[in-house]
Design a protein around this ligand. Structure first.
Ligand SMILES: Nc1ncnc2c1ncn2[C@@H]1O[C@H](COP(=O)(O)OP(=O)(O)O)[C@@H](O)[C@H]1O
Ligand SMILES: [Mg+2]
Length: 276
């Protein structure tokens, strides 16, 4: 049973953790050498929190994210995400978990080059077995919400980096997952476009109650989060709330923002699965 995030005017009302990690270790064998990528991580993330995972290159950020997303398995330890004990699940169960619970966003966008923006966004619906009409209308709705309605027939190479990342965000939202995970989502973008992407993630957290987990080595990116943890050599060495002043600032405007707000809020009302 998935933990359901509940949000009332941006305030978290559900104290249950969305993510619980205990004693998580990950060791990789490289030839006759072992790399200890995670050395016993404990972590709780409440539903609806926006958390940034920081740390230098090689500190274990991506490894932690991939474990939380069910993309890789722990060497040792326990991971519960949205009520699913990932360390006990088989490959098929993990695939279902990923499809239903996580929206992934990557630095390099990972769009299918031969498909249009609309088709890329609708792709998760193909795997979920939804019909074409639903897939296309849902993909159109999300792309419109993200200010991309004039680009739906473009292929990735006909889009700017920022537009490609919007398509990737739209794809991550297709199945309406409670958790969005992003690995260096602004790493391939200029700083202004990167800020737009971070505002979108913040919007999804505040207005839709999504739990957002972003890996970054950029403090500006991390400043959009509610909380920041720092990894070093496979250990969490710091865990702190971000400046509370930021918390109460109104959401800054970006092009398509009003549209996004309207469309996503309407969607919230239509799809009542997150409301109890
Ligand atoms: N598939 C793998 N095989 C071997 N070593 C790996 C693998 N993935 C990650 N590592 C190693 O684990 C450590 C942590 O990597 P990673 O989580 O990618 O760090 P970060 O994302 O913080 O840069 C690094 O030393 C890296 O080389
Ligand atoms: Mg990484």
């Amino acid at each position: 049973m998935a933990i359901t995030p509940t949000h009332e005017q941006g305030k978290l009302t559900n104290p249950e953790p969305m993510v619980e990690v205990r004693g998580l270790r990950k060791d990789f064998q490289l030839g006759d050498q072992w790399v200890h990528a995670l050395k016993g991580v404990d972590l709780d993330i409440p539903a609806g929190q926006f958390i940034a995972i920081m740390g230098p290159s090689g500190s274990g950020k991506s490894t932690l994210l991939y474990m939380l997303g069910g993309l890789d398995r722990p060497s040792e330890g326990e991971i519960a995400v949205a009520g699913n004990a990932l360390d006990l699940m088989n490959g098929e169960e993990l695939a279902t978990f990923r499809r239903e619970t996580i929206g992934f966003i990557f630095q390099a966008f990972h769009l299918v080059p031969t498909l249009t923006a609309l088709e890329n966004v609708a792709l998760p619906g193909v795997f979920a077995g939804s019909d074409r009409e639903y897939r296309e209308s849902r993909a159109l709705k999300i792309l419109t919400a993200l200010g991309m309605e004039e680009r739906i027939d473009h292929r990735p190479n006909q889009l700017s980096g920022g537009q490609q990342q919007r398509v990737a965000i739209a794809r991550a939202l297709f199945n309406n997952p409670p958790i969005i995970m992003a690995d260096e989502p602004t790493g391939a973008l200029d700083s202004k476009t990167g800020q737009t992407v971070m505002r979108m993630l913040r919007f999804l957290c505040r207005r839709q109650g999504k739990t957002i987990i972003v890996v970054t080595h950029d403090p500006t990116v991390a400043s959009y989060a509610d909380r920041m943890i720092s990894l070093k050599d496979g250990d969490i060495i710091e865990d702190k709330p971000m400046r509370p002043a930021r918390e109460n600032k109104p959401l800054p405007a970006f092009s398509g923002w009003r549209l996004a707000e309207k469309a996503l809020v309407e969607e919230d009302e239509e799809e009542s699965e997150y409301v109890d």
